[in-house]
Design a binder for this molecule. Structure first.
Ligand SMILES: [Zn+2]
Length: 55
């Protein structure tokens, strides 16, 4: 299973047994991504303490 990083667009490979709410890290930009759904696959940026994702 794979998906695109929502930040940098690079391809991310996920384990076949990935679970909802699992946190994965993009190797390219280092962003933590949370799996919000596995069928269909959906990811979002995980809440991060050092970064402010607000406007
Ligand atoms: Zn990335």
């Amino acid at each position: 299973m794979n998906t695109e990083c929502i930040v940098c667009g690079s391809n991310i490979e996920l384990p076949d047994d990935v679970e909802t709410h699992e946190i994965i890290m993009c190797d390219d930009c280092g962003t933590d991504l949370e799996v919000t759904s596995v069928a269909p696959l959906s990811i979002q940026a995980a809440p991060e303490e050092e970064e402010d994702w607000g406007e």
